[in-house]
Structures are given as structure tokens and as C-alpha cells.
Design a protein around this ligand. Sequence first.
Ligand SMILES: *Cc1c(COP(=O)(O)O)cnc(C)c1O
Length: 380
Amino acid sequence: MNKHIPLSVPNLKGNELKYLSRAIEEEWVSTAGPYIARFEDMIAKLVKAEKAVACQSGTAGLHLALMEAGVKRGDLVLVPTLTFIAAVNPITYVGADPVFMDCDDSLCIDPQKVRYFCENECEKTDGGLFEKASGRRVSAVVPVHVFGNIADMESLIDVAAEFGLAVVEDATEALCSKFISGRYAGRYAGTIGDVGVFSFNGNKIMTTGGGGMIVARDAEKLAHMQKISIQAKAGESDHFYDHDEIGYNYRLTNVQAALGVAQAEQMDEFIATKKRNYELYKELGIDLLLFSDNVAPNYWFYSLMTGGRVRYTMDELGKRNIDSRPIWKLIHTLKPYRGSRAYNIEKAYHYFDNILNIPCSTNLSEDDVRRVAGAIKEIL
Ligand SMILES: *Cc1c(COP(=O)(O)O)cnc(C)c1O
């Protein structure tokens, strides 16, 4: 049997072991310790943010972000249907409900449809934006930067500003992706809306095993999210148990941050490898979806267009010991969200029927890419 080629796995060949050993030798393994602040500084520098706050996961970060963005019980939040369910569940955690939106050809939320929804399905009042059908307040939009691409933030920020929506960016897949032209040239995914969230889950471009990071435009809001992540303890150095609101246990540990520091040191290399392999697939004639023209992506995931043969292609690659994955089932069709509104979904169905994600790990060698490409050409 040929060597197994996984889809997207961790690459831990830098200083991971060294820093982990140090964290353990120094016996700083929990939510205090020197690697946490160091990791936060590194990520802030990578995305040119003032400051970043580390948390347990991208999901936890999105939960904190929605609370901080002012999403309240009973509100509606606009979110794409073509996404991982972790982008949607935090909306439910805060007692709000999603309204599912379509994607455009970037695979990210379609800002035109967001605009049509706000203009035609809602009423703007001094108290905010309200959906006509239900009378419920629409308080935020959650663009997801799918597979390392970035949503059309120029259009989206304009709509959000016009209709008074908070913007929480799910940048969990787009660490270090940035705009290279237009209004946001030089700006990184996650740093354009009110709050942005990254993930360091095992399949992401860099990993801490599990972990997340939050950035925000407003420094006070960011500090507040940090406080909420440690059970809302009133002062960091205050040893009396004074908690003045409800908090969570969402802080990253020093052990995870030790991994994070070692991984962040390698981000340039990781992106360069992902880019090289993406371009090699293209050179070899593989029909991968393009990233947006105005974006320098992190090339996290590669989307093969299968011409409607997702399952067949996945099964055939599997027989050759090569992993692949279909894109997510549309969230509005899944059991927990069937009762939620889905607004004019079209393109998301098309991409769901066509996209298969193919091996993209930073461990992938040139020979691996050639073998996968050869197999795809045989199959399709
Ligand atoms: C990975 C991911 C998340 C959640 O991140 P975790 O760190 O796994 O909680 C959220 N949204 C999207 C789109 C993701 O890909």
C-alpha cells in the first residue's frame, strides 16, 4: 500500500518540544506563565494588531466576541450557511438565533445579499435594525473567512455601518491572510471588524493542540473579554475573590502557549509551503478554486472542483490511501438549525455539490503533491 497522505495535520518540528519542556520544568502549566503573554504578542505582531488575548478555542473566542459585541438574548445574527458549525453555535450560546446567508464566489458571506436582507426584510429605527417578519432585533453579522480567503469586507463594513450591525470576524481559518489592494490594503483578516477570532485547533495552519486568540478594535472591550475569560475576576493581581459579573473558564494555558510560540515562529515558512504546494497542484493541472484577487491568503485549504463528483472522488482517493473531505453540510439543513431562517441560498448549494478539500498539510512533500495530483487526474 502507498504511504497514507492525510488531509491537514500538525507540523511540530520547530522549538515545540524545547518550549514545552521549559514550561514543565518551570512548573507553569496552567492559565498563568510567561508563554501566554509572549504568544499573545507574537500573534498581535503577525496581524498588526495592538494587542491580542489568548483563549481556549476559536469557539470560546467567538462566544466572548458575540457577548462583547452586544448581541443579546432574542436577537438575530447574520451568518453564512456555508461554514463550520462552530461559527454558528456561539450565536445560540448567547440566546440569539442565526439568519443564514448565502456565499459569493469567494466562498464567504455575500455582502450583496446581506444588504438586500437589511433593506427589504428589515426596518431601521432609532433603536436598531428589526426583522419585519418577527420584530426581532438584528444586532450583528459574522463573516467567516473560509479556507484562508477573506470575505468582501469593503462591502460588508459599508452595510454594517449603514444598518448599525456589529461585525464579528470568524478568522479562525485565515490567520495572516491579508488584503493587498483596495481600502483595506495591508490589513489582516480579523482586524477589520469590531472583533476578530483565530483558532489553533489541530487542523488549522498552526496549532496549540486546542486554542484561540481574540483581537478587537476597542482596547477596553478586548481587556473586558480577557477578564470574562478568567471568571470575571475584578483585578488580575487582586487575590481577593471579587467577581463583579458572570465569567467563564476560557483562558489559554501556558502549556498550550508554549506550543503556540514555537508554531508562530514558523508561520512564514508554513505559509510559503502552503503557497508552493497550492501552485504546484495548479501547475499539474488540478482545478483548484482561486482565492480573491485582492487577497494574499494563508492558503489554508485547497478546494478541488469535482464537477459534482464529491463522494466518488473522495472514495477513489481513499482507495489510494489519500485523505480528502467534502465541504461542510450547509448549516441551515442540519437538525439543530432547521427552524432558523435561511435567506435566498443559491451559491452555497453549488459549492457544497462540487468542492472536495485535498491534502494541504505543511508536511506535504513535492512527491506527495505529485502523487495526489496524479490520482485526481486518473479519477476525474
Ligand atoms: C476551526 C473553526 C472554528 C472553531 O475553532 P476551534 O478552535 O476548533 O473552536 C470556528 N469557525 C470555523 C470556520 C472554523 O474553521
